[in-house]
Write a protein that binds this ligand. Structure first.
Ligand SMILES: [Zn+2]
Length: 401
């Protein structure tokens, strides 16, 4: 056990929880409607503020936002999405390596039919990507199988200066206008079309077609960047810690800064995730460590689906099953702080992320709060506690007392 006087620090991130007012909810937001007694307790006995997690001009992605929340300025450290996922998959990258996200997609060579290859299974995908690596890989190009349609390609000595497009943004569109363009585009296009020749008539895809499923018959390369070069969390803060997350974008950041990142059984990243397991793993991590980041994807997923009821339910589940269980488990701990903050808004009305500032609630078990502002989007108007640069928010959680 860590020494008794040490402070435990908990950063709870309900992904995409914040929203915008909805006519269907009488002008209220899901956060305002959801029953969240534990979050409200933290707010009433702590402080509520707002934070800008997305630096101006950057994409409001979960990777950018999570980097801010962990205390790293994305303007300085963000290199792309693929290097973070490569870190989660523990793929070693040298300084001159460029990692690309490699989707298995469904395409006839002209149209992007499905960005996920019909949610191809991990076993099928492993066989397909292994074949792609055997036939198209070489001393400079390597393919690493991941989960379902999500894989990584590493181009040693490659170029990140090429425009690529996320395949989920071009579903049903002709791929012609969205192929890689810029430094190295011919090599990348060659790999993508060669993979179609290689995979289209593969027995796995013949079987998938026979079962009425979309084939996973082409690779699509995007999200590239040089490897992450982040100062370690311990070196920066003097604290040991862990990240509890199902999604590689968040887990990879944890791995990249030297946090432990246990795999939580049942943590799916979707609405059926095992919320309680996350709380239990977090409590377990805190026995030996000072800091834990708990990321819950479900509210974001509901936002992307445009499902108001599911979003409210996800918020209530985070409150009861994650936060409630955490607070129960912390009863014997004298000194702890909890920061609850969504990484970004995922408004139901637009079904994607946006860069609006988000509310946060900060609670300390041993310091007084002010309790004057409700923990929801109204804080944007009502609070005086405003953090303009998101990467500075963690200082409020970690400041020595
Ligand atoms: Zn997110």
């Amino acid at each position: 056990m860590a020494k008794e006087s040490s402070v435990k620090h908990i950063l709870l991130v309900p992904d995409g929880m914040a929203d915008r007012p909805l006519d269907e909810l009488g002008g209220k937001t899901p956060m305002q409607v959801a029953r969240k007694p534990n979050m409200d307790y933290l707010a009433t006995n702590g402080q509520v503020g707002i934070v800008h997690t997305i630096p101006p001009g950057m994409d409001p992605g979960s990777d950018v936002a999570a980097m801010s929340l962990l205390g790293y300025d994305p303007r300085k450290y963000y290199t792309g999405r693929a290097p973070i996922e490569a870190a989660a998959m523990r793929i070693p990258l040298d300084a001159k390596d460029v990692a690309f996200r490699c989707n298995l997609v469904s395409s006839d060579g002209e149209t992007m039919i499905d960005y996920s290859g019909g949610h191809v299974s991990t076993e099928e995908a492993r066989e397909l990507i292994t074949l792609v690596n055997e036939k198209l890989g070489n001393g400079r190009i390597s393919f690493y199988p991941g989960v379902s349609y999500r894989h990584i390609m590493v181009w040693r000595g490659g170029s990140p200066d090429v425009k690529t497009t996320p395949p989920h943004n071009i579903i049903g569109k002709p791929i012609k206008g969205y192929l890689p363009e810029g430094d190295g585009d011919q090599l990348l296009r060659g790999l993508m079309f060669d993979s179609l020749d290689l995979l289209d008539d593969h027995p796995i895809n013949r079987r998938r077609r026979g079962e009425g499923k979309p084939p996973a018959n082409m690779i699509w390369l995007w999200g590239q960047g040089f490897s992450l070069n982040l100062p370690g969390f311990f070196a920066k803060t003097g604290l040991t810690g862990a990240v509890i997350a199902a999604v590689d974008l968040v887990k990879g950041l944890g791995v990249a800064v030297g946090l432990d990142a246990p795999s939580v059984p049942g943590a799916t990243g979707y609405l059926d995730t095992d919320y309680e397991a996350k709380a239990d793993y977090a409590l377990d991590a805190l026995r030996e460590r000072d800091f834990v980041l708990i990321h819950v994807e479900a509210p974001d997923e509901a936002g992307h689906n445009g499902d108001i009821d599911a979003k409210i339910e996800a918020i209530e589940s985070v409150d009861k099953l994650v936060l409630g269980r955490l607070l129960d488990g912390l009863k014997g701990v004298k000194r702890f702080r909890i920061l609850v903050v969504p990484d970004h808004v995922t408004p139901i009305s637009i079904r994607t992320h946006a860069e609006d500032p988000v509310p946060f609630a900060l609670f300390s078990s041993f310091e007084p709060g002010d309790g004057s502002v409700p923990f929801d989007e109204r804080a944007v108007e009502e609070t005086k506690l405003r953090v303009e640069e998101g990467f500075r928010l963690i200082d409020l959680l970690l400041e020595s007392s």
